[in-house]
Design a binder for this molecule. Structure first.
Ligand code: GLN
Length: 274
């Protein structure tokens, strides 16, 4: 097999049973194998034979490995984030959480991200709001390493602290101080939820699952947020599409009133708490 068009056609056919975006995946993977951008590949083409490593990448994708882990990056809110299997892949759904956070006056001040992962949420806010200062916490050192790398790449490393904290441990909030805005995309999937193989087989379980009803982390986190929030501050939480009511109820018990935001697919996606 030689030639880019034929290779892309064959690869797209091979990926069709696995992926809804087979052709697009093939384009990204060939560009990656050729160390060029997808747009350069499509606009300028490539000379020479298609490298063998392209077919290895196609094979990984056929085994349901997420495209972002194979490429090592994912675009989010107009920026590229380094990702590895140590972090959840940033979803476009979460861009609406960032949009809701950017509307908050507190997001121009001191911002805390509980469960920072790759840093997609917090670092986007810092990049959009040049006066903001961030603290990102995560229980995974491996995730914090990814977030640090992304902070450097985005040029916001001097405005963010990335700390290992676990809100299931006593004393986790010590010395964090108070924040004008708190954001979180905690694990919120039910333990026995049916998930795509590409999610359940590859993404970190610790970032996804939160007990039988998916609410364990909200239960633990919400009562603590009062102690971390400045008097006029706001909280922005990502929620599962069916969780607006139960999470708003937990927020109510913690003394917050909440406002619902939807994602681009019109599903409930975020709660703003004050
Ligand atoms: N939205 C993710 C999914 O459905 C879950 C994210 C999370 O648990 N915070 O795969």
């Amino acid at each position: 097999m030689s030639g880019v068009p034929a290779a892309l056609r064959q690869a797209a056919d091979m990926l069709a049973p696995t992926s809804d975006t087979a052709r697009l995946d093939a384009e990204y993977l060939l560009a990656h194998a050729l160390h060029m951008s997808r747009s350069d590949l499509l606009l300028k083409g490539a000379s020479g034979p298609v490298p063998e490593r392209f077919w290895h990448l196609i094979d990984r994708r056929r085994q349901h490995e997420p495209l972002a882990y194979i490429l090592g990056s994912q675009d989010f809110y107009g920026r590229s984030f380094h990702v590895s299997p140590d972090v959840l892949i940033p979803r476009s759904d979460s861009e609406s959480v960032v949009a809701a956070a950017l509307e908050q006056p507190g997001a121009r001040g001191r911002v805390l991200d509980c469960g920072v992962g790759s840093g997609a949420l917090l670092l986007t806010i810092l990049a959009e709001n040049p006066g903001a200062l961030g603290v990102g916490i995560d229980r995974s050192e491996a995730a914090l390493a990814i977030a640090r790398r992304n902070a450097g790449a985005l040029g916001v490393a001097d405005r963010v602290e990335l700390l290992r904290r676990d809100w299931s441990e006593n004393g986790w909030r010590e010395e964090l101080g108070r924040f004008d805005c708190i954001i979180a995309n905690p694990p919120y999937v039910e333990d026995d939820a049916e998930l795509d193989v590409s999610v359940r087989g590859y993404e970190p379980a610790g970032a996804l699952f939160s007990g039988p009803d998916g609410l364990d982390d909200y239960r633990r986190l919400l009562p603590e947020l009062r102690h971390l929030l400045a008097p006029q501050g706001q909280v922005v939480l990502e929620i599962g599409a069916m969780q607006a009511k139960p999470v708003a109820a937990l927020a109510g018990q913690a003394g917050f009133s909440s406002q619902l935001r939807h994602d681009l697919a019109s599903r409930p996606r975020a709660l703003v708490l004050v």
